[in-house]
Ligand binder design. Sequence first.
Ligand SMILES: [Zn+2]
Length: 433
Amino acid sequence: MEIWNRHFECMEREELKKVQSERLRETVERVYYNVPYYRNKMQEAGLGPEHIQSTDDLHKLPFTTKQDLRDNYPFGLFAVPMSEIVRIHASSGTTGKPTVVGYTHRDIATWSEVMARTLTCAGANRHDFIHVAYGYGLFTGGLGLHYGGEKIGASVIPVSGGNTTRQLQLIHDFGSTVLACTPSYALFLAEAIEESGISRNELKLRVGVFGAEPWTENMRKEIEEKLRIKAIDIYGLSEVIGPGVASECLSQQGLHISEDHFFPEIIDPRTLKVLPQGETGELVFTTITKEGLPLIRYRTRDLTRLTYDKCTCGRTMVRMEKCLGRSDDMLIIRGVNLFPSQVESVLLEMSEIKPHYLLFVDRINNLDTIELQVEVDEAFFQDKISQLQSLRNKIQNNLESSLGLGIKVTLVEPKTIERSEGKSKRVIDKRKY
Ligand SMILES: [Zn+2]
């Protein structure tokens, strides 16, 4: 397997820590002297740049959140004069102002470098044709993939989103080998290919790099079978740089973080304390080479865990597990942390039910109660009451053994749970705190 930057990607961890600590010190000085927001926050905490000598000191620094970016809209957290900024991206929020990010020349070079690593991780090289169906524009997806693709010397096709018929024609006629888009669009394309009558054998697609939204292992299986490609998970967020923060290699055993640029921590989203190695919690990044918009301890809200074991590909960069969900979605039931995505993955394993469900949470006599309503598959719903009862018990047992939490299960008829466009509502929490 090719490795784009063997020097950094395979660095001994002790040496890497020295590099990270040196870069962290530079970053802390940069924000302290150039960003009033960070200087004030550090002074409030009684900290100066001299207090941060290595990555071991990182926990002393305050967190940064999306709200901090909004409060300093649009350019308040930039650490260089605007004359140094060569690119601005923005992500639209569901409410209020967008989140704005700025890049210097060196930041664009860093971004291209980490994207070159990502694409090489997926097995792409200069002989590939990369079909980029991520959106171009203020969203970081399209241009991120684009610059990385050019850097490895591949032929990049900047198709952007939309017009599926033309997408298929170009994939076919140009002989595209690498597909870059969201996983849901990959599935959409797979179905469009089936309907178009184009034979899969006429297409040269070999691998896909998919990200920008959470997706399950089941979805991966479906994409890999339908498109007959290897589906690689990539991770990034515009606040940190865009795509390129982390990527799976071909062994598909977690995503390698480019931690010589983005230093990861895992915290408990409630206590905000750093968790011991290997535990699941919220992913936090400190950018240690960025100039335009360096971020200190940025809370991603994404939940995952890290493994420092050496990967079979030879890279030493830490791996993060495929994201489990968002810390905003976390429920605490009788002291147990629970994510709707965990319930979903148990349900997806069972063919008798549909992944349409709703969790009702309440507190009765000071005790948390939780009930799951889930739709039964049409075919199965015709069956006898006794069979439905045993199905209900099976779901209850599966949930209990995988989540360590007793959940009352109610089976409902197909199509009774309300569908919504966009993000579906999975939880109704009636507890009053
Ligand atoms: Zn690997």
